[in-house]
Design a protein around this ligand. Structure first.
Ligand code: ARG
Length: 575
């Protein structure tokens, strides 16, 4: 497709200007006011070199640019050359390109040959996968898809929280109050109840804490009985997590979590010592980060057991050595900002220059609105919202809405899953990730708001127009060259412009680790499509006009499906 900025740069280019094509391209602006054209080139900077008034230079360029097919007109206003793109030409180009590339439209190979790790989800085993985890899972999956779309070789890692002193508590609790049968029946809920009981009892019997600490040290030393229990908890937990991942359509390339690094830590503890970074503090080993206003990073506890940050140091080096990543992206809640700052600082002090390529992508908290039937609660107290329940509720509520709407010819069982789960994902990705937000069913499932169901509905509407055309004997896929003269209305032009910007939007969202840029663009496209659909009669008698409009509908449908796909959301044909 024509790259309009490039084309304009070529039009403006003249040796006498003393600017390279790239420099010219970099100077091109997009006027805020559409009456000043679609693109503008300012001439102020040229005045000195050319010893000529900028408005005269602009007038010269405008006169030269005259009659290129792509421009409806080129005119100068003061020191600017304003370019008005020929609407029909533009729409024709965009539609051709989208329909030629199909599923590949929006993708690029700009990341080719480079590896990116995206680490996300990373729940803690033996604890519920609760609604707070959904953010990392859904945002991380979208970031993976965005990097994949722009051509990177992406490795998805689920850094399971499968190690740490809490497993000492869990084992103690299970031995005291647990049973095989109970565990087999409902693993996570039982483990959670033991864990909760541990905390309650430990208030009165603080010696339980010591027992738990000793048990963890045994686990870390690889004692067979402790190890076997831990393995059982891990396996049962993963089975539950996988049920949720299946519902969300998410897979990982590696589940190497914290335990994976347990035997790799001595090397780093030694290295920290050798580099003179470790100091002793009340029996524990720490790295003093006071000079950087980051407190202290505890590397080993007084009983010798390792800590979260130590495992993250080992994990980072392991990943660099194993994958030689270009970037390693950590999608983890902003509550852990301090942890990630400390960890990066320690890596820096150790001399690992590549720590600059490790990127913490934080996100805000989710809470639940008062009126809702679910509330966010703490794991320790044992009250918690299970993500699986949230997804099942979304599906059930969606099925109810669809039945009320009496959707014709729709497989409600199938589609309510795509729409209900899609709605939860879309909501997650709607706001800037760093913002806290309040979860509310009314918002999530509103078919008319800026929601997943609204965008999916728009996709189904476009599909339905195409089905109608097919039923009337038109082979939409066989529509060849269209006459874009029929697409010069405001609504068609606005829609075409939004479709044109998709590749740019995808690049930007990946570069900023911000899927909401795609989500917002999708809402714009859906709104624009619906305006076009209401403003214009599509299945008109005139063959050329009908074909041109159908080609735009088809391109819109393709883009809606592609962008939903980038967010990890299905695009049903009917709903
Ligand atoms: N398991 C941790 C939690 O649930 C998140 C792990 C984040 N990743 C990391 N490399 N520290 O809080």
């Amino acid at each position: 497709m024509v790259n309009f900025k490039k084309l304009i740069a070529e039009t403006v280019y003249d040796e006498a200007l003393g600017l390279s094509l790239e420099e010219i391209e970099g100077m091109i602006e997009i006027p805020a006011d559409e009456s000043m054209g679609d693109y503008a080139f300012p001439c102020f900077r040229l005045a000195k070199a050319l010893r000529k008034a900028p408005q005269l230079i602009a007038a010269d360029i405008a006169a030269r640019a005259g009659d290129a097919e792509a421009f409806e007109k080129v005119e100068n206003v003061n020191a600017y050359v304003n370019f008005f793109i020929d609407r029909a030409y533009f729409a024709g180009e965009v539609i051709d390109e989208v329909n030629r590339l199909g599923n590949a439209y929006g993708r690029s190979n700009s990341g080719e040959g480079r590896k990116v790790i995206v680490e996300y989800s990373s729940p803690n085993i033996a604890k519920p996968f609760h609604i707070g985890h959904i953010r990392s899972t859904v945002i991380g999956n979208a970031i993976y898809k965005l990097y994949d779309a722009v051509g990177f070789d992406v490795i998805r890692i689920n850094h399971l929280g499968d190690y740490g002193t809490q497993f000492g508590k869990m084992i103690v609790a299970y031995r005291k109050w647990g049973s095989e049968e109970e565990l087999a029946k409902d693993p996570i809920k039982s483990l959670l109840s033991y864990y909760t009981r541990f905390h309650k009892e430990a208030e009165e019997h603080p010696e339980l804490e010591d027992e738990a600490r000793e048990t963890f040290v045994k686990l870390e030393a690889g004692e067979p009985e402790e190890l076997a229990l831990w393995e059982k908890f891990r396996k049962l937990s993963l089975e539950e997590f996988n049920r949720v991942y299946d519902m969300l359509g998410i897979t990982f390339d590696s589940y190497a979590g914290e335990s994976f690094y347990s035997d790799k830590m001595p090397r780093f503890i030694q290295e920290l010592k050798d580099k003179g970074l470790l100091i002793e503090s009340q029996g524990a080993q720490i790295v003093d980060l006071e000079p950087y206003d980051l407190g202290a990073a505890m590397i080993t506890k007084s009983d010798g057991s390792s800590l979260y940050v130590t495992r993250d140091i080992a994990a980072a080096v392991y990943r660099k050595e194993t994958y030689d990543f270009y970037k390693c992206i950590y999608v983890v809640a902003s509550q852990q900002n301090l942890h990630f700052k400390q960890w990066k600082k320690v890596l820096e002090l150790m001399g690992y220059e590549w720590q600059k390529d490790c990127i913490h992508v934080p996100f805000g908290l989710v809470s639940l609105s008062d009126g809702d039937d679910i509330k966010m609660m703490s794991t320790r107290e044992g009250r918690v919202v299970f993500l699986e329940d949230v997804l099942n509720t979304a599906v059930a509520k969606t099925a109810e809405i669809m039945r009320e709407k009496d959707a014709q010819g729709v497989d409600i069982d199938e589609v309510s899953k795509e729409v209900g789960i899609g709605a939860v994902i879309f909501q997650e990705l709607s706001n800037n990730r760093i913002k806290d937000y309040v979860f509310s069913w009314d918002k999530v499932l509103n078919f008319d708001g800026e929601t997943g169901p609204y965008v999916q509905y728009t996709h189904a509407r476009a599909s339905s127009v195409l089905r109608k055309a097919e039923a009337a004997g038109i082979d939409v896929d066989a529509i060849g060259k269209i006459d874009p003269a029929h697409l010069s209305s405001d609504s068609a032009y606005t829609l075409a412009k939004l479709l044109y910007r998709v590749p740019e939007v995808v690049e930007e969202a990946a570069a900023k680790y911000e899927p909401s840029i795609v989500t917002r663009h999708l809402v714009d496209i859906a709104q624009s499509f619906n305006k076009f659909y209401h403003d214009e009669h599509i299945l008109v008698d005139d063959e050329d006009e009908k074909n041109a409009k159908l080609a735009l509908v088809k391109a819109s449908r393709t883009v809606l499906a592609n962008c939903l796909g980038l967010l990890g959301i299905a695009a049903p044909e009917r709903m």
